[in-house]
Design a protein around this ligand. Sequence first.
Ligand code: 5AD
Ligand code: SF4
Length: 436
Amino acid sequence: MKFYVRTYGCQMNVADSNEMGRHLKAHGLVETQDPEEASILLVNTCTVRQHAEDRAFSEIGRLKRWKAGHAGRKVVVTGCAAERTKEYLEDRFPFVDLVVGAKSIEDFGLMAQRLLERRETDEELDYAHPSVGDKVAAFVTIMRGCNYSCTYCIVPYVRGREIYHSLDQILGETADRVREGAREITLLGQTVNSYRHGQYRFADLLQAVAQVEGVERVRFISPHPYYMTDRVIEKMATVPEVCESLHLPVQSGSNTMLKAMARNYTREQYVSLIGKMRGAMPEMTVSTDIIVGFPGETDDDFRRTLSMVEELQFDWGFIFKYSTREGTPAANLECLPQELIEERHQRCLELIDRIALEKRSALLGTMQEVLVEEENFGRTRTNYKVHIQGQFQPGEHVRVRITNAQRATLQGESDDGNFTFQNFRQENRGRAGARS
Ligand code: 5AD
Ligand code: SF4
């Protein structure tokens, strides 16, 4: 019996899909990339913006035919949109066999068991069973939910308040992923660096995960500026396994907007934090999320966002058009005209892309340490994607000279010679220094 998973949305959803997949595998199911072969089709939905939800719903609509194609086929809908619209989904798509909201992902094992009408005892529900054949770069969810209430954001409503896995659970999960072939671990949480469990904070966790036998790289997404403490920065700068890349959502460059969004920091605080971190790790890449067209955003507010992008020279970024989410505080505010939002989105994208290209171009000719994920594809420590000429083993570290930096995925060729974490940083430190 085979299952097929379609995932919408963020990396947290990807990790949840993997986790649900492991539960199904524990029941003897095999994953397939072809929906036609599958008996169970799982749609993991996103609701962070209306567009994401619309796409998931039209996909679910199409599954009626898929289900009718073979007797016994089952459709499972999970994730954030499922949490938000459970009753509506059940009404509109009565052929769906199981709806599992984002808050109930951890109970998925039991639900899957019921769906499959099999019984096993002593099931460990905290994490799904390990399986073989996972990727070189694996995710480990360290916490769920969010205690913030950014005024545009639906996440706290659909995922609930923060709950944390214990350090032991996280280390166990990390070891499982390593046994399955992972070399790089990305720690996941909605505000990942607000992690706390017993006496442990996020900085302790970074260090502990890095020390798990077989872990060669550690990353994390998405941190919140408020919890980017000196201890976290110190661990990033000194623990060799922790990669020098940072995805730190800023959302806006205007203090008025940051306040209206309830982000809990000012532009100046954000800028100074990035300055401090670049001081500690000059080669660090910084990417961000920006929302344009939040209600009340004036031309002046928007210009501040553009000027901040110029000032901070992000390596890349994701620009989102504000999308009203019912039930959030901002949903009561008057929206800007859609054309204005579109225009700002376009201008901001152009700026981000121009800077990103300049940053990538500076990598031309540099030597990078690439961890191979698939035969000729991998990523640098700084999280650039690279196509390497030739064929390599997943999990291999390849010393790569960058030969083309025009596209978001760089191209490079392997270059013989040993390298260590220290000399990688030194080799590129000269260049990073020269750039800034
Ligand atoms: N509208 C537009 N973008 C949003 N994001 C979250 N909620 C909304 C919304 N209502 C963006 C934020 C966040 C990213 C994951 O999605 O930039 O960092
Ligand atoms: Fe949403 Fe804000 Fe929580 Fe991020 S920190 S998930 S944007 S409420």
